[in-house]
Design a protein around this ligand. Structure first.
Ligand SMILES: [Zn+2]
Length: 405
């Protein structure tokens, strides 16, 4: 009995760590039994991440550990070691790290899950990781260990199907749209389709072995949704499919909410909005939909709360935002004769009606702003991270309030 972890076997354009694990599981020695594998998303800003930034792990049961280790050694040398140093063809400008695969074996699963939380919440180094019984390779061992250590306290499921090898170089994928529409209406599946554009969210866009990955709240629903999609006549042939337990939609990457007071709001290019607060700069990105709109409607003095990631000290990338208390808006009084808004005559000079020239002493009136306090907002489904838990899954849509809706 033990745990196998695997990471960093893909480049931006080729391969997929889930498929590597599938091939390994298909070729296991006969007496070895595999449990449901895990797919663990890691810190989205990891410097040496490859494409999906996901690692995989699986519990293996055998009476002959030595034979299993010999098999793993051979599999490593034959299939994984040759991937080292690979860089995919990319149209993106993002700097890529060469593939540096890692594989680990733990005779027993470490009790302490803190390394897992570190790897989803910040940059970690291999020195901080628990020591595996055996390990192969380099940087990839970090994710591989994190996937083994993942405590599975909050699980969702994903059925991943791989396409025929002749199709891997193609970005086009055929998945029956009509069947996907049906699958997406099942409340137990999530993030299958963008409700605004009706665009599919289950297929990656690049060249890789994955045909689709369909996410669900239960193992049974992931499995049946995967089978339904794969067997639809308009879906292209697949060479395998597996259901993974995942940390997707767990919010494990987020620490507790931060509350602060708004100092200034600045709209940057494409609508990305910088909120300068008493606790540093908070960014609402252009694609973040309601998060960006709420950010743009804030006034200095507003009290706000947010969950997000801090890839650099003092800069929060907002993932969930809430206005806790809105400062009232200060306006000039209206003229008692003709109801026009009075205008200031200058500091200490009082106010005057622009129409009838009626005067009165300098004054402001406070009016409440038409803005909902204590509502939380999140980015639209196609702009959310794999790790992001939908607000609808929280009691009263309030992520400060733990537990499931
Ligand atoms: Zn007037």
């Amino acid at each position: 009995m033990g745990w196998l972890g695997l990471d960093d076997t893909d480049t931006v354009s080729d391969g997929c760590t889930t498929y590597t694990l599938h091939c390994l599981l298909e070729s296991l020695p006969e007496d070895v039994e595999a449990s449901i594998p895990s797919l663990v998303r890691l810190w989205p800003f990891a410097q040496q991440r490859t494409r999906g930034n996901a690692a995989v792990a699986v519990e293996l049961t055998t009476n002959d550990e030595q034979a299993l280790l010999t098999f793993l050694e051979e599999f490593w040398n034959e299939h994984l070691l040759p991937l080292k140093g690979g860089i995919g063809a990319s149209e993106h400008e993002r700097e890529q790290s060469p593939t540096d695969p890692g594989m680990v074996w733990f005779r027993e699963k470490p009790d302490d899950a803190s390394f897992y939380f570190d790897t989803v919440q910040r940059h970690v180094s291999i020195e901080e990781a628990p020591h595996p019984t055996r390990s192969w390779g380099g940087q990839g061992c970090i994710g591989a260990i994190a996937a083994v250590v993942w405590p599975k306290h909050s699980i969702t499921w994903e059925a991943i199907a791989w396409r025929e090898e002749t199709q891997w170089s193609s970005k086009a994928r055929s998945v029956c749209q009509h069947t996907l529409d049906e699958v997406a209406t099942n409340d137990e599946t999530f993030m299958s389709r963008d409700p605004r554009t009706e665009r599919s969210l289950i297929s990656p866009r690049g060249t890789c072995p994955v045909l689709f990955g369909v996410r669900a709240k239960t193992q049974a629903n992931a499995s049946s949704a995967g089978r339904t999609l794969a067997s639809a006549p308009e879906t292209e042939p697949i060479i395998g499919m597996r259901v993974f337990a995942t940390n997707q939609a767990s919010d494990d990457h987020l620490k507790e909410a931060i509350e602060s007071t708004v100092r200034t709001i600045e709209v940057l290019s494409r609508g990305t909005t910088k909120i300068t607060t008493e606790h540093g700069d908070w960014l609402a990105f252009a694609q973040s939909g309601n998060v960006k709109l709420l950010a743009q409607s804030l006034h200095p003095g507003d009290c706000i709360a947010a969950f997000g990631l801090e890839p650099e000290q003092g800069v929060l990338h907002i993932e969930k935002l809430s206005l806790r208390h809105a400062t009232p808006m200060r306006v000039r009084p209206t003229c008692s004769e003709c109801q026009r808004t009075m205008k200031s005559m200058g500091t200490g000079q009082g106010v005057r009606c622009p129409k009838c020239k009626n005067r009165s002493p300098d004054a402001w009136i406070e009016v409440e702003r038409q803005i909902e306090a204590n509502e939380w907002v999140e980015p639209p489904v196609d702009a959310r991270r794999h790790l992001a838990r939908p607000l609808a899954w929280y009691i009263d849509r309030d992520p400060i309030n733990p537990g499931n809706a």
